[in-house]
Ligand binder design. Structure first.
Ligand code: HMG
Length: 431
């Protein structure tokens, strides 16, 4: 019996910041010797990003997750009674104790007017790779027939916020992905057997309790990403006891390599490390190799189709690897019966590698929709950035930039009294 991803939806907020125009003007003195053109080139070519998604004042990680699941259920005609498990992957959690899944199911119950009380749920935390741990556990629950209903959902929802004017500023983003998991899946059959795994206690990126933005050592985080990914890949080869040819990235039968994308250029760095770190130990040597025809062909054929959407959204942490999958499935490639290797990474740190067979394309017009978002001015962006934390309470002083229509909204929480801190949500219909 095959198990895997039956359907997938992406929810992205309606607001975005273009990393050109007034943002580039304002930051050029910090990042590009006062030259906005140079900064635009650096961000677009060196990092691979042109826009970052920003949540509106009525949104948080729970509303984004609820939107992704609502759309997943409606588009695929899934009833609450068919869902056995909801795994929530986030590193933008809203409570030290309460599973975000309960807030999400509360919103969905009110919307569908049906009970989710039979649905088991847990929140998974391991930076960006929390989603892949959630996927692995949910697949095991399905395979072992421990669920009372045929589907499990993994929802990945995050807001990546870094310090303004730091070099991490242009790697922010926000969004949610919902994955419907089932037997005989329509989108991706995930190969059985252990995933290649590697974990280490690293200080590359972490967000201590009560800190709004992560502590991040950017260059070190890239090295840990590369090393962990390489080790997880070696671990996969060891588990499978197949000839390495089966998983030979350059010449083997793997058609696509999908990566967690903190920024799109990271895929290229990781790929050169995976292919050549033994023969070409210095980063300069690997950089030279990355210019070769061999590598460029590999990049164009096996990686680039999965990089098409991230430049318009930024880092969505837990959802990022599955955004790469959506990019590939909605690209012009015919993916049917093609083999993909998935490289998951989360800071702190852990990497996992697994393989799957793609069963169908998902021809959505996501890029076109992303170009129709409301683009923020620098002042709007900086004001929103200041308020973008889990203590924020919406008020008349901070109205939504795009008034909500047909979406879940965060209403705030009581600051005192018996239910202090309990978050409230509602659904705003078209007015
Ligand atoms: P930076 O200071 O922008 O780096 O920081 P840089 O100055 O080296 O520039 C980046 C690239 O732009 C370089 O290319 C430059 O040459 C190029 P590379 O050497 O890398 O090939 N460049 C130009 N290209 C074209 N035209 C130009 C130009 N100028 C320069 N004019 C960094 C970049 C990613 C470190 C920073 O943004 C950061 O700290 N981001 C946050 C951390 C991060 O994303 N880390 C990634 C790995 S860790 C991870 O993936 C986990 C994470 O998702 C969290 C989780 O797991 O939950 C973050």
């Amino acid at each position: 019996m095959k198990y895997g991803i039956d359907a997938l939806t992406l929810y992205v907020p309606k607001l975005a910041l273009a990393l050109q125009a007034d943002w580039a003007q304002a930051r050029a003195s910090i990042f590009a010797q006062g030259n906005p053109e140079l900064l635009c080139q650096k961000v677009e070519k060196g990092i691979g990003i042109t826009h970052m998604s920003i949540p509106d004042y009525h949104e948080d990680s729970a509303t984004m997750a609820a939107m992704a699941i609502k759309n997943l259920m409606e588009e695929n005609e899934i009833k609450p009674s068919q869902i056995g498990y909801l795994a929530v992957a986030t590193e933008t959690g809203l409570d030290h104790s309460k599973n975000m899944g309960t807030y999400i199911m509360g919103m969905l119950e009110a919307y569908f007017e049906e009970s989710f009380s039979h649905v088991g749920s847990a929140e998974y935390k391991f930076a960006c790779i929390g989603s892949t741990y959630a996927l692995e556990s949910s697949l095991a629950l399905l395979e072992s027939k421990r669920l009372s209903a045929p589907y499990a959902i993994v929802v990945c929802s995050d807001i990546a916020k870094y310090q303004l004017e730091s070099s991490a500023e242009y790697t922010q983003g926000a969004g949610a992905i919902a994955l419907l998991l089932s037997e005989n899946p329509r989108l991706v059959e995930i190969d059985a057997g252990p995933m290649g795994t590697h974990s280490v206690n690293a200080a590359d990126f972490y967000r201590p309790l009560n800190k709004e933005v992560p502590v991040v050592d950017g260059k070190h985080s890239m090295q840990i990403y590369e090393q962990c990914t390489f080790e997880a890949y070696q671990n996969l080869l060891a588990h499978r006891k197949q000839t390495t040819r089966d998983f030979d990235l350059l010449n083997g039968p793997i058609d696509y390599c999908l990566f967690h994308l903190p920024f799109p250029k990271m895929a290229k760095h990781a790929a050169t490390f995976l292919l050549k770190n033994k023969e070409l130990p210095t980063s300069e040597e690997r950089k030279a190799y990355s210019q070769t025809e061999e590598f460029q062909n590999f990049l164009n054929r096996k990686i680039n189709p999965s990089l098409e959407l991230a430049p318009y959204i930024g880092n969505i942490y837990t959802g990022s690897l599955y955004l790469s999958l959506l990019s590939l499935l909605s690209s012009s490639e015919n993916c049917v019966n093609k083999k993909a290797l998935f490289f998951a990474y989360g800071s702190g740190a852990s990497a996992k590698v697994f393989s799957g067979t793609i069963k169908s394309n998902l021809p959505l017009k996501t890029k076109e929709k992303l170009l129709q978002r409301r683009f923020l001015s620098l002042t709007e962006y900086e004001d929103r950035h200041k308020q973008l934390n889990d203590q924020f309470i919406p008020s008349e002083q901070n109205p939504s930039i795009v008034p909500p229509q047909n979406e879940f909204i965060y209403l705030g929480y009581d600051q005192m009294g018996p239910k202090q801190g309990f978050r409230k949500y509602s659904y705003k219909k078209e007015s």
